[in-house]
Design a protein around this ligand. Structure first.
Ligand SMILES: NC(=O)c1ccc[n+]([C@@H]2O[C@H](COP(=O)([O-])OP(=O)(O)OC[C@H]3O[C@@H](n4cnc5c(N)ncnc54)[C@H](OP(=O)(O)O)[C@@H]3O)[C@@H](O)[C@H]2O)c1
Length: 268
């Protein structure tokens, strides 16, 4: 690593995969900017990481559904002379139910958090990375972006497929400038995700071998972006599912997706 203490910005650092990224990067000697809405969680994590690793932690409580949040965050960091070397676009959630069951405002906020905020953060932070000849961008996508869309959680797979394609283009444009971009694609991961979406009971019926720990996902993600891998699906079972989804005809894929949707998705 070319820098003594890289500065990593992690969104969604108050829980799950984002908190695990913060812990893993602090252990690797990074300083941190932590972003999420729950300030108390971010401050508690910051105290732990300062004590454990001597990490400089900048806590930035923000709602990424606010369209002005990425610009305000980047302007504040620049004003403090903080240059971001690693961007982990991780904040996310799901909206259960069918498309018409939620108000437009719910979908608009989802698109802002899952698509626009990560895209804008990359756009704002990339020039500094390129100028310094070093940068890492991890876009936390999902296995859902590789398999056919489901009924219910209508925008989720679409948003993750976008992140995968966006990461591929960004990686190709920037790899000659020392900036690695990786779409990290976990499958089912132990975190607060399914509690927030209210689907814990439904996904609790899935076999245990499909589940990964957030720490495992993060270890794979850090290794993948470091070696310059552009898309990384975590875990053997998830890689097998992705490979199968590519092999089978679309009609069979959609039939399977409809069957799984009835079992594991909230459809009202
Ligand atoms: N868990 C899985 O099975 C799974 C599988 C594949 C991909 N993923 C992806 O992994 C990422 C992390 O999810 P997770 O599993 O770690 O879920 P999680 O435990 O629920 O954590 C989600 C994080 O996103 C933050 N967040 C949500 N809305 C936000 C907003 N409006 N503004 C700022 N921060 C916001 C939350 O913080 P606050 O509530 O404090 O704002 C929290 O820190 C997501 O992008 C998710 O789609 C998860």
């Amino acid at each position: 690593m070319p820098l003594d203490r890289p500065l990593s910005l992690v969104t969604g650092a108050s829980a799950g995969i984002g908190a695990a990224f913060a812990r893993a990067l602090a252990a690797r000697g990074h300083d941190l900017v932590l972003v999420a809405r729950r300030a108390d969680r971010l401050h508690a994590l910051a105290i732990q990481l300062r004590a454990a690793h001597g990490t400089a932690v900048h806590v930035r409580p923000l709602d990424l559904a606010d369209p002005s949040a990425p610009q305000r965050l980047c302007a504040a960091l620049a004003a403090e002379g903080l240059a971001v070397d690693w961007l982990v676009n991780n904040a996310g959630y799901g909206v259960p139910g069918t498309f018409e069951a939620s108000a437009w405002e719910v979908h608009a906020a989802f698109l802002q958090v899952l698509l626009t905020a990560p895209t804008e953060l990359a756009w704002r932070l990339l020039p500094g990375m390129r100028a310094r000849g070093y940068g890492r961008i991890v876009n936390v996508a999902s296995l859902a972006g590789h398999v056919p869309g489901s009924a219910g959680h209508t925008l989720y797979a679409a948003s993750k497929a976008y992140l995968i394609k966006f990461s591929q283009s960004l990686a190709l444009e920037n790899r000659a400038h020392g900036v690695h971009v990786c779409a990290l694609c976990p499958g089912f991961t132990w975190s607060e995700f399914h509690d927030v979406t209210g689907t814990r009971a439904l996904v609790g019926k899935l076999p245990r071998f499909l589940w990964q720990r957030a720490e495992t996902v993060v270890d794979e993600g850090v290794a993948a972006v470091e070696r310059g891998q552009i898309v990384h699906v975590t875990g053997r079972a998830n890689r097998a599912i992705k490979a199968l989804a590519k092999l089978i005809p679309d009609r069979l894929g959609l039939w399977l997706s409809a069957r799984q949707s009835r079992r594991y998705r909230q459809l009202d």
